[in-house]
Design a protein around this ligand. Structure first.
Ligand SMILES: *[C@@H]1O[C@H](CO)[C@@H](O)[C@H](O)[C@H]1NC(C)=O
Ligand SMILES: *[C@@H]1O[C@H](CO)[C@@H](O)[C@H](O)[C@H]1NC(C)=O
Ligand SMILES: *[C@@H]1O[C@H](CO)[C@@H](O)[C@H](O)[C@H]1NC(C)=O
Ligand SMILES: *[C@@H]1O[C@H](CO)[C@@H](O)[C@H](O)[C@H]1NC(C)=O
Ligand SMILES: *[C@@H]1O[C@H](CO)[C@@H](O)[C@H](O)[C@H]1NC(C)=O
Ligand SMILES: *[C@@H]1O[C@H](CO)[C@@H](O)[C@H](O)[C@H]1NC(C)=O
Ligand SMILES: *[C@@H]1O[C@H](CO)[C@@H](O)[C@H](O)[C@H]1NC(C)=O
Ligand SMILES: *[C@@H]1O[C@H](CO)[C@@H](O)[C@H](O)[C@H]1NC(C)=O
Ligand SMILES: *[C@@H]1O[C@H](CO)[C@@H](O)[C@H](O)[C@H]1NC(C)=O
Ligand SMILES: *[C@@H]1O[C@H](CO)[C@@H](O)[C@H](O)[C@H]1NC(C)=O
Ligand SMILES: *[C@@H]1O[C@H](CO)[C@@H](O)[C@H](O)[C@H]1NC(C)=O
Ligand SMILES: *[C@@H]1O[C@H](CO)[C@@H](O)[C@H](O)[C@H]1NC(C)=O
Length: 689
């Protein structure tokens, strides 16, 4: 029997998208879209606070709060029953502005040589919907670290966790209702003293607003077909919906592009960086020693000022990208990304190192369906010798330029309710739209799961961490091997860390920040690949904390309406700090005759399903893997899950799919009813090149 074309394409779409039990209605698409836009706006508002602080714009920050909004600081008490107590509560915009100005003092990014780099990263945002299914309030957990200096030698470092609340105020849009900062580590006075636990106290867990299941449910009702649980019509214009969904998909591509750009810069993969640029590209580096560079040759030239292509022993060129806001122009062909970049640069051969605190504001163009970098514009705020620190204003003339901000108060949509062409109740295009929306949602869900994993691991909460995994998911335990299924993943964590009492205080914490994600979503929106940095500040009672760096290679899936971790591999470490005083460049080459470290002792009692050695060449060089252990300042191989996202160039170390899947084929997504997400450039919606 021949079906009319409309019906057969409808059937085809329905089998491609098993999660839409019912055909999407215009109302449900409009609601889901609005909720996803809300999640992103909330993240952008928090990032905007960071960006404004770098220029001392505290009064502008206060306008991102609700008129009755609250700024609260909590400090550790050294008591396990109530580990934190409120030390400051400020309510109302004017009072918040006054407090922030007074609190910053001369460390405000305005006074010559001063600095206020206030990072909030790794968002976990939870939307609360009303009876219409629309988000009206939200909670967000963030990691924070704040680097300040007064230009006269004084420095201040503060780190901890935010558990914030946000509220939707109609015309005014989303605002911060309560910003709740749990201060966990700090250092004030001289740079060389670094930071320690606040008050010399033991640290308790900061109560979660999330549950493991919740972390995988991006917007309530999305996969159930929300139209069944709410009544009421929204006025929707299908063309408007299409444009807004496209904008989300474009934003994701620009994020991936910029974050990949960053990873290539870190490894000095100059050819790959240049590949990401358009032929008409340009680079501006502002301030002393800056300049303008045009075309691919100009890009290469400015990159080579950092050093020759590729890393050699002892070189660290990391530039983590943080608090990036992306704005896609309504024309759909141009975009801007503004964010903060912290250079953690060093040379272990002569034990030199430096900090760079930069703001970037880059432009992008889309041509033939692919986004490319059109312009890089870098404003260095402070460049400082690592050992001297940024307190004296660094090595260069103070910056006087403020790169224009993006406006996070501008609504993402033009006018969702002035409808010209109303959607038919059951329009087959809507299923396609719902699928593209599902791809955008997968992006947020993957980031959410990734950060939830980091937060549970910070607290060594093995049960919650294990519950984030799919029923057949697997995870690498560092230096040991891979464990499959949530139960075994949890038990491996217990075997490694012991049954820690999650309500007792700890003398120190290693934080698992997972910023700068590159997230590639399958065309059906049911699986994703995620690459993220592990940026690991740590704190202790009795000595200053420091940073380490590693790389995650993960996959996520949608299982029974909840996003779960499918595969997690950590490649560690690329560099470590010997101490705060020594930093990342005080690394000594391992003696050639030192035997390689044995796999962790606990693995004898609780053997993995697959050892790191069993994985073969892919994990060779990492601790526990085959071959000689490669330890910083030697350079570990850096693996990529994707080819160059513009040119398709294959990186030297390329590994498609999950890390152990060439040995355990049965662990591959495709063997389990999921699509393998793209591992290279994607043109438009889903075509591989
Ligand atoms: C900050 O506030 C001032 C004064 O209200 C205003 O002129 C300026 O445009 C604001 N800047 C930003 C980036 O919000
Ligand atoms: C401020 O007002 C809003 C709207 O009236 C309300 O939802 C919110 O809870 C209030 N916030 C605080 C901190 O009282
Ligand atoms: C915190 O509590 C521990 C254990 O009771 C105690 O040894 C320590 O001195 C306390 N620290 C402070 C700063 O009070
Ligand atoms: C993130 O996790 C929270 C907390 O579990 C959950 O409520 C929220 O829906 C998730 N958000 C996204 C965007 O995935
Ligand atoms: C190249 O960029 C310049 C400056 O942005 C612009 O004026 C010019 O039209 C561009 N040329 C092409 C071919 O895109
Ligand atoms: C580079 O370009 C910027 C922006 O157009 C301009 O302000 C600056 O003076 C130029 N710098 C140099 C060194 O030419
Ligand atoms: C850098 O490494 C890549 C990949 O191995 C190689 O193709 C390229 O020639 C290297 N560049 C230099 C300057 O050695
Ligand atoms: C250390 O080595 C770097 C090259 O990596 C060089 O630029 C720098 O001048 C050297 N510094 C000292 C103090 O030798
Ligand atoms: C940002 O956009 C909003 C809404 O369009 C507008 O009211 C506000 O003035 C803009 N802010 C700045 C600093 O341009
Ligand atoms: C966990 O620690 C808390 C606080 O130290 C204590 O009250 C509680 O009894 C401990 N629980 C277990 C099971 O040991
Ligand atoms: C560098 O490391 C060595 C060996 O671990 C140590 O003795 C030295 O104190 C460190 N230097 C600094 C500045 O911390
Ligand atoms: C390396 O270790 C061997 C054996 O412990 C020792 O004899 C040798 O002196 C060490 N070499 C260096 C450079 O430290």
């Amino acid at each position: 029997m021949r079906l009319p074309p409309q019906v057969s394409s409808l059937l085809l779409l329905t089998c491609l998208i098993p999660f839409t039990q019912a055909v999407a209605s215009a109302n449900s698409v409009a609601r889901n879209l609005q909720n996803i836009e809300s999640v992103r706006t909330i993240k952008d508002i928090q990032r905007q606070i960071s960006q404004l602080a770098a220029f001392g714009l505290y009064a502008n920050i206060s306008l991102l709060f609700a008129p009755n909004g609250t700024f609260q600081v909590l400090a550790p008490t050294n008591s396990s029953s109530t580990p934190y107590t409120i030390s400051t509560t400020i309510t109302g915009r004017a009072a918040i502005a006054a407090f922030l100005i007074q609190d910053a003092g001369l460390m405000n990014g305005i006074a010559p040589g001063s600095m206020d780099i206030w990072i909030t990263e790794t968002p976990l945002v939870n939307l609360e919907v009303d009876s219409q299914g629309l988000g009206q309030r939200a909670k967000g957990r963030w990691n924070g670290i704040r680097f300040q200096g007064d230009g006269k030698g004084g420095t201040r470092l503060r780190g901890g966790i935010y558990e914030n609340e946000y509220v939707y105020l109609g015309k005014e849009g989303w605002k911060v209702d309560v910003l709740r900062y749990y201060g966990m580590y700090e250092g004030e006075g001289e740079y060389k003293d670094g930071w320690r636990n606040v008050g010399g106290n033991g640290l308790g867990r900061v109560k979660y607003h999330m549950t493991p299941d919740g972390a995988g449910v991006p917007v309530p009702g999305f996969y159930e077909g929300i139209e069944e649980i709410v009544d009421g019509d929204m006025d929707v214009d299908i063309e408007e919906l299409e444009k807004r969904v496209q904008r989300l998909n474009d934003e994701d591509e620009v994020r991936n592009l910029m974050h990949s750009h960053g990873y290539y810069v870190d490894r000095r993969m100059w050819t790959d960086v240049v590949d990401l640029h358009s032929s008409n590209t340009s680079v501006t580096v502002r301030g002393e020693g800056g300049g303008n560079f045009t075309g691919p040759a100009g890009v290469r030239k400015v990159l080579e000022r950092m050093g020759p292509e590729n890393l050699t022993q002892g070189i660290n060129n990391d530039h983590p990208i943080l608090d990036m806001i992306v704005e896609v122009d309504p024309n759909g062909r141009e975009a801007v990304a503004r964010g903060i970049e912290i250079g953690m640069i060093g040379d272990a051969n002569n034990k030199t190192a430096r900090w760079e605190f930069n703001v970037f504001r880059n432009g992008f163009v889309k041509g033939q369906g692919v986004w490319k970098v059109k312009h890089v514009d870098i404003t260095p705020l402070i460049v400082a010798d690592y050992h001297e620190g940024w307190g004296y204003g660094g090595l260069k003339t103070p910056n006087m330029y403020t790169p224009p901000f993006l406006n996070t108060s501008r609504p993402r949509s033009t006018s969702p309710s002035t409808s010209t062409r109303r959607a038919a109740k059951k329009d087959p295009n809507l299923d396609n739209l719902q699928r593209r929306l599902a791809k955008a949602l997968a992006f947020d869900a993957a980031e959410n799961l990734s950060t939830a994993y980091g937060y549970f691991l910070d607290d060594l909460d093995c049960s919650l961490m294990g519950s984030l995994f799919a029923s057949l998911g697997h995870k690498a335990s560092p230096f040991a091997g891979f464990y499959s299924t949530p139960t075994r993943i949890t038990d491996a964590c217990f075997a490694s860390w012991g049954h820690t009492n999650t309500s007792s205080l700890r003398s120190g914490i290693s934080y698992h920040w997972r910023p700068q994600p590159v997230i590639l979503v399958s065309s059906d929106g049911r699986s994703a690949t995620l690459r993220a940095r592990l940026l690991q500040p740590n704190t202790a009672l009795d000595k200053p904390g420091a940073f380490n760096s590693a790389m995650y290679h993960d996959q996520m899936v949608l299982e029974n309406g909840i996003w779960r971790l499918w595969s997690v591999t950590i490649d560690e470490f690329y560099w470590t700090s010997s101490s705060w005083a020594g930093g990342w460049s005080n690394a000594t080459l391992r003696n050639d005759s030192t035997p390689d470290p044995e796999p962790a002792g606990w693995t004898k009692k609780y053997p993995p399903d697959l050892s790191i050695k069993d994985v073969g060449d892919r994990e060779a060089g990492f601790r526990g893997g085959s071959g000689r252990y490669v330890e910083w300042p030697m350079i570990q191989r850096m693996w990529f899950q994707y080819r160059n996202l513009v040119s398709g160039r294959t990186p030297e170390w390329f590994w498609e799919g999950c890390v152990p899947c060439r040995v355990r084929r049965d662990w591959a997504l495709e063997e389990n009813g999921y699509q393998e997400p793209p591992s290279g450039p994607v043109v438009g919606d889903g075509t591989r090149r």
